[in-house]
Design a protein around this ligand. Sequence first.
Ligand code: HEC
Ligand code: HEC
Length: 375
Amino acid sequence: MNYPLHPRRWRAFVNVTLVAGVVGLGAISLPAAGEPEPLWAYGFLTPPAPGDKAAPQAPPSRALRPNEDAGEQTKLRQVAGSKASYSRVDVRDGGHVIDWFPEDHPLMTPIIANGPAAMGLLARGCASCHLPTGKGRPENAPVTGLPLAYFIRQIEDFRSGARQSADPRKPNTVTMAVLAKAMTDEEVRLAAEYFGAMPWTPWTRVIETDLVPKTRISGNLFLPIEKERTEPIAGRIIEVPEDEEQAEGLRNPRSGFIAYVPVGSVKRGENLVTTGGISVVDGKVVLGKTIACMTCHGPDLKGLADIPGIAGRSPSYLVRQLYDMQQGARKGPSAPLMQPVVANLNGDDLVAIAAYVTSLVPPIGGDHGSGAGRH
Ligand code: HEC
Ligand code: HEC
């Protein structure tokens, strides 16, 4: 697989900041706007070209595709621990979302299973991308356990255009905005209450490594093409399903993800997240380049008031959001609070922060959590 080598040029800037801190000048603002896109977080291999736009996603359809075998596609399948059976056609029918484990979540209402009523046959249920448990996948978003006010504000931001993807090619963020515009306020409230009622539980296993499996990208999601780890991680995070057939082939919402992260990134991230990156150089305290996340996201990063929980969530998602905010693609009414947090962070910092935040496993609790979470 080809990928651009991770840039090293930030080292120089970081050293300048440290020196300035030591002599008492405080933090210097780094030119964040020039930071290259973390392509892996968006599920692309090459940067967008000027004028690139997302190809609209095809509406959900039960029709067989030209090269498909009818027997294979309509054969009923099972997953361990479920009494249900579904075919591949059922699995991909985003207008009627399948439900392997009704006991893992509240009763799915029409907005969750079928999508905004106003869209008719073009509608997709929220659970088709975010899963009935709301745990989501690296290429969309984890929506379980979000504060009501935060959830509703995001839908409003998608509607107004204040929330977009910094990568103009990302198709599903565009679909998300279309759905936000089609939803009634009542549907938004019902969706926010449904997902907000479930506590976040473990979903992504973090593994520090120098080598990752070779992967291919399908729908902005990385899928391993072999078991052995032979490809240099090269400063990226590579997030893949624990089991491709379960997660991708059958959309089993108990089958989670593995995030391969660079060796040492969790520890480095811990310092940035818990102190803002304060260090001691030659006996002097040097100011950090960001603000301790607990200040606003709560002591366990599980959220506070209308600020969302981030602990344990997909690192690809987290890095996309931080980069989107840095680039001004996410600029809703509450986004300015995050500006001083992201302004001075470089690509390596985003990787380290996400590696640590994802590695925080929130305690499992509540009556209707999504059970084991991963297999
Ligand atoms: C086609 C897939 C898809 C469907 C269907 C979908 N979403 Fe999304 N959703 C996304 C993507 C993609 C994002 C943003 C990810 C990004 O840009 O990084 C998102 C983000 C969100 C967020 C923001 C989460 C956060 O933490 O800020 C909310 C809230 C949300 N979706 C609610 C819904 C609701 C409600 C529905 C059902 C009407 C729905 N979504 C259906 C793909 C989808
Ligand atoms: C000054 C308060 C503040 C601090 C400090 C802060 N955040 Fe935030 N953060 C927010 C607010 C407010 C939002 C919601 C923005 C919105 O509604 O658009 C947010 C949103 C986010 C999101 C998007 C979550 C989602 O579901 O899409 C991420 C990721 C995030 N913060 C990460 C961090 C990290 C990592 C740190 C520490 C390095 C941090 N934040 C420190 C206030 C803060």
